[in-house]
Each structure stands twice: as C-alpha cells, then as structure tokens.
Design a protein around this ligand. Structure first.
Ligand code: FAD
Ligand code: SF4
Length: 326
C-alpha cells in the first residue's frame, strides 16, 4: 500500500466539497480497495460516503423507480417493487459477484467499477486506460475476455457491470450533484467509448457525486429478464449477457429494450435488434431473426471470435425466455 488520508463527510454537499478538492469517493470499497492494494489506483484522499442518506429505493410518481446511489446491491435485488416492475434489474444483480460482495457494494459503485482487463490490473503491463499513452498489451496479448463492440486502437476492454446492462435496456438516468449543481445524465451517455482516451470512462465532472439512478416509467405490462453466460455458474463476470424488456399489447411488440454485456467497451444497447422487434408479433422465427443483428459492427480479436456467435445465441435465448416460445 501507499500513504493516503481518509475522511468522512456529514452530508452530500460536504462530500461534493471534498470531491472538488481532489478527494476520491469510496462507497462499499469492494472495487476501489482492491485496486489500491494492487497500486493500480493511488488516490491521495478517500472520502467515505457510505454513511450518507442515499440508500432509498422509492417509486416515482407516474411509475418508475429511484435507486439511491448508496443502496446496496443485495437490498435492491430483494426489493419487492424492483422485483415486480423490473425483474431484469433484480436478476442482473443476483447474477453479480457473491452474496458477501452484494451486501457491501452499492449501486453507484457498481456502475462506476473499472474493467477487469488483466493487463489493466497488472501495473507492469502497458495499458492506456491506467497509464495514458503507454500502449495496450491486450491488443496482441491474450484477449479472450475482451470486447468485440465499441473498441478502439487504444483499448479493447469490456465494461464489467451486469447492472449497467439492465439499466441500459431500461433507458435509466443517472442523477448527480457537483460543484455546479445537479445534473441528470441519460444512461446511454454516461459511459464513454474508449476512443483515443480510454482513461476517461464516464461523463462525470470533477467532484461530481452520483446521488441516484432512476429507472423511468415504462408501459405496462413490461416483461423483462437477464441472462448471463460465464465460464462457471457463480462468482464470475460475463462472457456474454443479455438484458431484455418487452412491452407486448394486442399481440404486437410495442416497445423493446435490449442490451448486452461482456462484449462492449460500454454497456451495449442493441438498437438494431430492438428495431427488428418493434411492430412485429412474437413468434418463434422472430427471436432468431432479431438476434442475428446483435453483433452488427463487431470486431473480434485473436482469441474472442467465439463471442460473436455466443452473443447472438444469448440474445435469441433471452428474447425467447422473455417473449415466449419454445
Ligand atoms: C470477486 C469479485 C467479483 C465480482 N463480480 C461481479 C459481477 O459478476 N458482476 C458485476 O457487475 N460486478 C462484479 N463485481 C464488482 C462489484 O459489483 C463492484 O465491486 C461493486 O459494485 C462496487 O461497488 P462499491 O460500492 O463497493 O464501490 P467502491 O469500490 O466503493 O467504488 C468503486 C468506484 O466507484 C466510485 N464511486 C462509488 N460510489 C460513487 C458515487 N456515489 N458517485 C461517484 N463515484 C462513486 C469510487 O470512487 C470508485 O471509483 C465483482 C467484484 C469482485 C471483487
Ligand atoms: S484493453 Fe484497455 S484496459 Fe486492457 S490493457 Fe488495453 S488499454 Fe488497458
């Protein structure tokens, strides 16, 4: 380890003041402490936000839910309103990490977690995300777990969060408070593509604190669910995953939200799949035809070409599970 100072804060505004002065927020600590131990991250000051009153899970007038940034993953997964309205959120959380981690880790920390790229976590390896301009060891290295969508010459790392995939499919919004006041960021804009600056990962300004994530109202009935494919059945990040939310009325798909994990440098929204679904009747052949479009634009690397077909199959299977059919 290395020396750093640690401070607690009495309220959100004090947290923002501390953040503006260069402090680094720590919530559950399940990711940040790991990275500090490995010296991948070396913050001078930790601002402990874990006691702030941002744990509520509340209904929004007109539908939808507001999840406090410090709500624990386990509490959100178990919440009856979440399970009833948005099973895709509960399932994504339940398939994340381990029960012990979910009891500690928070919603805000989850969508802020950094990639699991092994070269990023190895301080002796070249990594543009960790050390801008140093190169990317994964391009020519072992890249089985890496992204096939949204990659750049500078970085091919996947975004690891399961919850973020569910939130992408639901058009969530991120509420922040910063030195310049409150902001709301659409989820689709929150995570940044790596481009030439993979070290810039979110649309967060200096000192900005996530205070809540909002899932907006959706037409009912909304059928939804999350499927995760991984190397082992527990305690493992996704090779591919699919979050699906479908609104079917009068036998026709009126609205569809579909997103994928394990394949993109950011939680990956599958707009082409959605476009194929909306206005059509659920049918056996429809799921496969829509899923065919899931990997459009994919750029496989030396060791992860299998993800192209696995992604299509994961999406097709989850469309069938949520939408019905054999
Ligand atoms: C062994 C292991 C397996 C895992 N498996 C999975 C998995 O399968 N799927 C999955 O999705 N995740 C998985 N995770 C990741 C886990 O879900 C995250 O570690 C956790 O969600 C992070 O939340 P936290 O509150 O502990 O964040 P912290 O570690 O406290 O913080 C993480 C980052 O978020 C920032 N941050 C935290 N809160 C805020 C806020 N309110 N505003 C602004 N910035 C903030 C911190 O500054 C830090 O940069 C795994 C983790 C481990 C260790
Ligand atoms: S893929 Fe991204 S995170 Fe991994 S080594 Fe390359 S630059 Fe670093």
């Amino acid at each position: 380890m290395f020396p750093f100072s640690y401070t607690t804060v009495p309220d959100v505004d004090a947290a923002v003041r501390a953040g503006r002065s260069g402090g680094r927020y720590i919530a559950g600590g399940t990711t940040l402490v790991d990275l500090m131990r490995e010296t991948v991250e070396r913050p001078d000051t930790l601002v402990d936000i874990s006691a702030l009153p941002l744990t509520g899970i509340t209904s929004i007038p007109g539908g939808g839910l507001r999840l406090g940034a410090l709500a624990r993953m386990a509490d959100v997964a178990a919440d009856p309103a979440v399970r009833d309205a948005y099973p895709v959120v509960a399932q994504a959380l339940e398939l994340s990490a381990s029960p012990q981690l979910r009891n500690m880790a928070t919603i805000g920390g989850n969508i802020m977690q950094r990639t699991r790229c092994s070269y990023f976590r190895d301080v002796s390896a070249a990594c543009n995300k960790r050390a801008p301009g140093s190169g990317c060891a994964a391009q020519e290295g072992y890249n089985r777990a890496h992204a096939i969508l949204g990659t750049s010459d500078a970085c091919v790392a996947t975004h690891p969060s399961d919850l973020a995939v569910a939130l992408a499919a639901l058009d969530a919004r991120v509420h922040t408070r910063g030195p310049d006041g409150d902001r709301t960021v659409p989820f689709a804009d929150f995570h940044l593509l790596p481009g030439a600056t993979p070290d810039r990962e979110q649309d967060l300004r200096p000192g900005e604190l996530i205070v809540a994530v909002e899932v907006p109202p959706h037409p009912r009935p909304l059928a939804s669910g999350y499927l995760k494919v991984r190397d082992r059945q527990s305690y493992e990040f996704a090779l591919t995953s699919a979050a699906v939310a479908l609104h079917v009325q009068g036998g026709v798909i009126r609205a569809a939200g579909v997103a994928a994990g394990g394949v993109g440098t950011v939680p990956w929204r599958l707009r082409a799949v959605e476009q194929h679904l909306v206005g059509r009747r659920p049918a056996d052949g429809l799921w496969a035809a829509a899923a065919e479009r899931a990997a459009e634009g994919a750029r496989p690397l030396a060791h992860n070409g299998f993800k192209v077909d696995l992604l299509r199959r994961t999406v097709e299977r989850q469309l069938r599970i949520v939408g019905g059919g054999s």
